[in-house]
Design a protein around this ligand. Sequence first.
Ligand code: HEM
Length: 497
Amino acid sequence: MIIALHYSKLRPVLNFSCLQQCVRTVTVSAATEKLQQTELKSFLHFMPGGSLHNINSTELTHKLYDIYGPIVRIDSMFSKDAIVLLYDAESAGIILRNENNMPIRISFKSLSYYRQKYKKSENDRTDRPTGLVSDHGELWKSFRSAVNPVLLQPKTIRLYSSALEEVATDMVERLRSLRDENNRIRGQFDQEMNLWSLESIGVVALGNRLNCFDSNLQDDSPVKRLIECVHQMFVLSNELDLKPSIWTYVSTPLFRKTMKMYEEQENLTKYFIKKALDDIKMNKSKSDDEKPVLEKLLDINEEYAYIMASDMLVAGVDTTSNTMSATLYLMAINQDKQQKLREEVMSKNGKRSYLRACIKEAMRILPVVSGNMRRTTKEYNILGYHIPENVDIAFAHQHLSMMEKYYPRPTEFIPERWLTNKSDPLYYGNAHPFANSPFGFGVRSCIGRRIAELEVETFLSKIVENFQVEWSGSSPRVEQTSINYFKGPFNFIFKDL
Ligand code: HEM
């Protein structure tokens, strides 16, 4: 069923209740008059008794597709702008390609508010950068152009291989020591993966070890507090930015809690950056090539250097750790693939093609980011509907990646699909290029992609070299907030080889 909503040139206002039966349009002036009523009607769907009450985000995405088809609009509710969900790779490609000059992605609205308004005093200039996630337009473009060469060039990133290998080796030893008599990891596995990802991004961003593996780390230590803040950031921003909320009108307790958390996170990253700067001043630093991102950027632009290093310690923790957990799980329940990977790793012939294919396949089945967004800067005609400018479009990549029409046998973990040739029906190239997009698209795609890939490749190789990873017991749960959290039960078994 394709009819889901209608954008006429007159900017219709629709609510869920009328979507199934008919398409209703009202003019701009009527839309304004009816706005409040529409907001309330939409809101009711999320209230107890409503069709969408207590539904988790993954179920919501599937349900909306099943009911309404490949294009669905959720009307504005209180402070939330209307959003169009798109489940069609071709249409996603049209918009993403057209919005690739200075793309706008409105995400983490509360974080942008904190950086651009909340923490600024009246005298602060508004033309100062606040970060890649929160800035747009020329401010974003200048920042991004300056940091791209440092963060995205594969040959520059490969220089961090040995530092990341050292972290991976230490983490393998830590996992070994954390096992009980049944080779299960004692304690919280997700927390362990966070410690690994923070330590890894720390060596790349700051050049020094943050000592995340210190066995005496207290819960109130800066490392553990930062991990908690990053987690809270994704959870709370999901509540404030994606669910109906009135924080842009009234300072709610949740809003105040979130602002406090952003402040703590900012102070914690400042603490780590200061320590790194002390090391740099004492010339403890590395050769030019191996210099951490902070030091390389200091030579270019001091302001960018601090902001980027700080954002790396935030954006590079839960994203990479949950990708790692999901990949390990899929390797554990697919022993034949794990063995094949082990043979590639142990052969030491420098080839990493199967390793990369395993990670790509894991990110297709269990991606950490469920979709991507753009705010339109022009009008589009998509699937027979008119989409005006200034509308948020969410591309449901996670859903698309699991469609049979794009990826045959979609629920099966088949890394070979990324390596096989054109004549094979499984060949990934047969899928639409915009069906799977774990790191986003174009000039606004993930700036940490190369680093994240190198981290996961390095650690996964070390693990299969050292352990036979198995899984015993019930399947894990995946919980969606702003990102997908790979939740327990963590039934991993790490057997020595
Ligand atoms: C497996 C790990 C990761 C995944 C799956 C991931 C995914 C994404 C996605 C989907 C976007 C949005 C792209 C778009 O709008 O087209 C993004 C943006 C971003 N990511 Fe990542 N990310 C990961 C790791 C990292 C790491 C390690 C860093 C640290 C350097 C990072 C920093 C960022 C930043 C700063 C942005 C905003 C870029 C901009 O707007 O210019 N990410 N990421």
